[in-house]
Design a protein around this ligand. Sequence first.
Ligand SMILES: [Fe+2]
Length: 265
Amino acid sequence: MNQVSPISIVQITDMHLFAAENHHLVGIPTRDSFQAVIERLKDLQPELDLLLLTGDLSGDGTVESYENLQNLLSPLKIPTYWVPGNHDCAIAMDEILNLGLLSRRKSFERGKWNFILLNSSVPECVHGHLSAETLNWLDSQLKILSNYPTVIALHHPPFLVNSEWLDSSTLQNPEELFAILDNHPQVKLVLCGHIHQEFEYQRHNVHYLGTPSTCIQFKPKSATFALEQKPPGFRLLKLYPDGNWETWVERVSYFHPVELKAKGY
Ligand SMILES: [Fe+2]
């Protein structure tokens, strides 16, 4: 790789896999919709450097769901890192998703960028919160690590998306995160899951990005739970060693009718 070549990252989020491979989530067989994303990533594979999975990898938190994930990802042969979401079981993930190219590491460097992954999940809760321990660890990592441009990833967005039901379960202490990020201008990007839709928010010089799920898509700006009949998607990011970056969302050609009248998921 020459000095100006970017690294290519894919963010995959909210797969909601289950122990039973044919399990449907409000009409969508989540394994099949994720498989459609995997097939597209196989085409892109030669140019991909790493995958970031931003939570709700499982819909039921079972060991089997994480084994299914492992099996689905293994043909890609791409280094993969992850954070838990509110539907996940962080303990099971730590044990299972740490084999071969799957790593539970939460701080690493690639292509002259630093990556710091945060666990915002709270056991038995839908909303997110960053503990004092996690916030202190983030601050110390940002002090210890080189001044490379930095990507942070966490499941719960530290911003609102103008959707009342979703906004009640975003990160509950965003100000504590912002207070740290304000002291570390090398942070360029914050990647989030949870909202099952494309979203972009900018605060100071940091861009906060939300990404579609690989299964069901939430209807933007809806006050109550509502779905949208849109295909599964993922986010591509090109990160240049000088700190510049580009990103876009890609959707795959997969169609399965969703239960648009569902009241929850
Ligand atoms: Fe979530």
